[in-house]
Design a protein around this ligand. Structure first.
Ligand SMILES: CSC[C@H]1O[C@H](OP(=O)(O)O)[C@H](O)[C@@H]1O
Ligand SMILES: Nc1ncnc2[nH]cnc12
Length: 317
């Protein structure tokens, strides 16, 4: 029986999963509740499903584009998504994404765990909990040199590789790659696709930003699990990517992603749930305190309250 809730009153949830194109629910993990959350930045993309792994660990899942895929990459409510997960207690996000490949050796159906991002979004997506909207006038500069969690990323790569070796040995796993994030919704021109290759891009999507920036601001470890669906538009003698091609590949990728999720959830939970032993948690926790430039005394009370939905320590001194 899946309970319908407005808020979660159980133990804090430490691991969150964001499903991308094709991954609209976790098929292999038992759902126990569905939460219709409301944050200071509106409702998340979908109700948040709380599911229980076989060893009894609760995890949170949301569908980035909504369960019926009705939200464009440019209008994903990332502030609501990330703040809702943080409010539940989430310390690590595993974010799935369908990506185009910019390299011959990254074949459709392969998995990629990137370590860098090139930003090609167009400034139309709000990318910070600070400095915009109601939070105008609060200035913060988060570190983002290593956009993915450097403790969890290699662990995820290893676990994904081990799982896929058993599930489908033809699927290769590539680590330490660069993802280009473009605005969309149209795919790239051939000239752009070639330019991204020249810049050092290995894969391309429309979703890793501002999601990963907001996770960093929320002090949540974030790792992207990318699944290749196509060769974008750079191959001279191949047709440029189409949605039909992406969808054809998604089915296999989603089945593999469901397997990967099962094997990752307990592992990542064990790495972030212990305050003293979790290196990932120790590295990121408290990092935003040093990023805020604005004097607490000039920040209006209602703005402090909104930001405290994400950081309960905010501007208390
Ligand atoms: C369906 S092709 C373009 C679309 O697919 C990816 O979505 P997601 O990252 O949520 O899997 C890409 O980023 C685009 O949003
Ligand atoms: N070629 C591509 N460009 C951008 N996002 C994508 N998602 C899947 N394939 C893509």
């Amino acid at each position: 029986m899946v309970e319908q809730l407005k808020e979660w009153k159980g133990e804090p949830i430490r691991v969150g999963v964001i499903g991308g194109s094709g991954l609209y629910k976790l098929e292999k993990i038992q759902p126990v509740a569905e939460i219709d959350m409301e944050t200071p930045w509106g409702k998340p993309s979908s109700p948040i499903t709380i599911a229980k792994t076989q060893s009894g660990v609760h995890v949170a899942f949301l569908a980035r584009h909504g369960r019926d895929h009705s939200i464009t990459p440019s209008s994903v409510p990332c502030l609501a998504n990330i703040s809702a997960l943080k409010h539940l207690g989430v310390r690590a996000i595993l974010a799935f994404s369908a990506v185009g490949s910019l390299r011959e050796e990254i074949r459709p159906k392969d998995f990629v765990i990137p370590n860098q991002i090139i930003d090609r979004t167009k400034g139309i997506r709000r990318a910070s909990f600070f400095g915009e909207g109601e939070e105008k006038g609060v200035v913060a500069h988060a570190m983002f040199g290593d956009p993915f969690d450097e403790v969890l990323r290699p662990l995820v790569e290893k676990a994904v590789r081990e799982t896929l070796e058993k599930f489908n040995p033809e699927v290769k796993v590539h680590g330490e790659k660069t993802v280009v994030c473009m605005e969309g919704p149209q795919f790239s021109t051939r000239a752009e696709s070639l330019m991204y290759r020249a810049w050092g891009g290995d894969i391309i999507n429309m979703s890793v930003l501002p999601e990963s920036k907001l996770a960093r601001e929320a002090e949540i470890s974030y790792v992207l699990i990318a699944t290749a669906t196509d060769y974008d538009a750079w191959r001279p003698s191949s047709a440029a990517v189409t949605v039909a091609e992406v969808i054809e590949c998604l089915k296999a990728n989603v089945a593999a992603s469901q397997e990967v999720t099962v094997s990752l959830l307990d592992l990542i939970h064990s790495h972030v749930s212990n305050d003293q032993e979790s290196q990932a948690f120790k590295n990121i926790q408290g990092s935003m305190k040093f990023s805020v430039m604005t004097k607490s005394s000039v920040i209006p009370q209602e703005v402090k309250e909104r930001i405290r939905y994400v950081h309960d320590w905010f501007a208390r001194e």
